[in-house]
Design a protein around this ligand. Structure first.
Ligand code: FAD
Length: 454
């Protein structure tokens, strides 16, 4: 418990009420600190307002398309099934409103003051509200402003959208061009493809999902092509032209045919949200990607300013931002130091089908270990057995040949993210392949493949 320094209005001022900021604010307040938070858009941040949560709801909607298509194999007759985008969009928006309220009420319950405004740093202990001009002082400032979609420079960017706008589209686009091949790009490519849009993914190189194991990437490419997603590799967006009928024509740098589209979704990565934040006023120099450089405790070059989450550009995932925010608050206001571990962080791509992974890829393990063993399972998920669908699942275990420790698990197939979360515990705990072998299979399941690889 800290005592508010009389010279400052707050013990802690958090800029950004997203995953990291809200967690830090409420935990710090719970430890007795006097806390305020500023939010320029909506309380909850990217994850709950225009990221993970609304995206996952769209993924669920997309999965109905598969289930409906194959329901007949199981004896169901589903006549006249149609899809209505506004119904889905509005249901998602209502849920976002609900979570936004829940986050706001959590802050209220913990007596965290809220400034619904843009805050900019004016010194080591002060911030200024953009619309009111009010200056607020605090003993400590936590920067938790997240990241922002990158829009590369080309003619016609004004006709394109990013993931920020995708949830509010007035109608389901008939044709979508997705620029980029990271997880956000491929998730939306899968969503629109499943909902009935014609999707073309455009990417600078021919590598998708760079940080994932090559076998998963290859499998996803094959399966999504089979589902009808077109890929234009080694191509950049040159120009997006608005036609007289309101549709778009996407000209690519590969010299090939332009692609007609109704929506162009640019998902070319996310950059730390620090533009105009004023950190230089407190002597903080930004990194070359615009990120706030911090030490292991989240401390910046200015002793009274800390940063957590995407703005530090370490691992841009919600659970990581939350852990960093929590660890910061515990360390500062309860004297409880917890190091955030960046090892074995599980992650998923909610594509169709989804993939998930934890630990080292085969290539990374080969670089870091003298001898590795690789076990794979290439199987037909039981759910597909009746149908003509040939989509196969693929699991891979990467094992240290010397110690038998499982270094990485890589999975693509139905429910892979749900299965991987539990398996990630084994990797984090340093379990061995012998431990996997000693575990009796849970039959019949897909997850049993994890303990049956010999
Ligand atoms: P944010 O949650 O982005 O919060 C930052 C907040 O600060 C925002 O609300 C912003 O409005 C506010 N802000 C910025 N500047 C100011 C200012 N000057 N004054 C006041 N307020 C300010 N992660 C996962 O783990 N799983 C997923 O499936 C997943 N899917 C995603 C899908 C999409 C489409 C996107 C875009 C992201 C996804 N992410 C996912 C990433 C995840 O959303 C982020 O890692 C997470 O939100 C980071 O939390 P944060 O607290 O650092 O920042």
């Amino acid at each position: 418990m800290t005592v508010n320094d009389a010279q400052f209005e707050y013990d802690l001022f958090v800029i950004g009420a997203g995953s990291g900021g809200v967690r830090a604010a409420r935990i710090a307040a719970g430890h007795g600190a006097k806390v305020a938070v500023a939010e320029e858009f909506r309380i909850g941040g990217t994850c709950v307002i225009r990221g993970c949560v609304p995206k996952k709801l769209l993924v669920y909607a997309a999965q109905f398309s598969d289930d409906l298509a194959h329901a007949g194999d199981y004896g169901w007759t589903i006549a006249g099934a149609t899809f209505d985008w506004p119904t889905l969009r509005d249901a998602v928006a209502r849920d976002v409103d609900r979570i936004n309220l829940a986050y706001t009420s959590t802050l209220n319950t913990n007596q965290v003051a809220q400034y619904l405004d843009r805050a900019e740093v004016t010194g080591p202990n002060s911030v200024r509200m953009k619309s009111t001009g009010q200056t607020v002082t605090a003993k400590t400032i936590l920067v938790a402003t997240g990241a922002w979609p990158i829009m590369p420079e080309f003619d016609g960017t004004e006709h394109c959208i990013t993931s920020n706008e995708v949830f509010g589209l007035p109608t389901l686009p008939r044709r979508v061009v997705v620029a980029g091949a990271g997880y956000i790009a491929l998730e939306f490519a899968g969503i629109f493809n499943a909902l009935g849009s014609a999707v073309t993914v455009v990417n600078r190189s021919d590598a998708i999902l760079r940080s994932y194991d090559i076998d998963l990437r290859d499998r996803l490419l094959t399966l999504t092509r089979a589902r009808g997603i077109a890929y234009r590799f080694h191509a950049t967006l040159d120009r997006v032209e608005k036609c007289a009928d309101g549709s778009l024509l996407v000209h690519l740098g590969d010299g090939g045919e332009p692609v007609p589209a109704d929506v162009v979704l640019v998902a070319a990565g996310r950059r730390a949200n620090t533009a105009g934040l004023g950190l230089e006023q407190a002597g903080i120099a930004l990194g070359h990607r615009g990120e706030v450089p911090v030490d292991g405790d989240g401390r910046t070059a200015c002793p009274s300013i800390y940063a957590v989450g995407d703005v530090t550009d370490r691992v841009q995932l919600t659970p990581v931002a939350i852990r960093e925010g929590h660890a910061f608050a515990d360390a500062q206001y309860a004297g409880k130091k917890t190091a955030v571990s960046y090892d074995a962080i599980p992650s998923a791509v909610f594509s169709q089908p989804p993939l998930a992974a934890v630990g080292l890829t085969e290539a990374e393990a080969r670089r870091q270990f003298a001898a590795i063993k690789v076990f794979t399972s290439d199987f037909r998920p039981m759910k597909n057995i009746f149908s003509q669908r040939v989509e196969r699942g693929f699991y891979k275990l990467v094992v240290d040949g010397e110690t038998d420790r499982v270094l990485g698990i890589h999975m693509i197939g139905p429910d892979a993210p749900e299965i991987l979360q539990a398996a990630a515990i084994a990797v984090k705990a340093g379990l061995t392949k012998a431990d996997f072998d000693a575990t009796v299979a849970l039959h019949p399941s897909m997850a049993e493949e994890l303990v049956l690889m010999r």
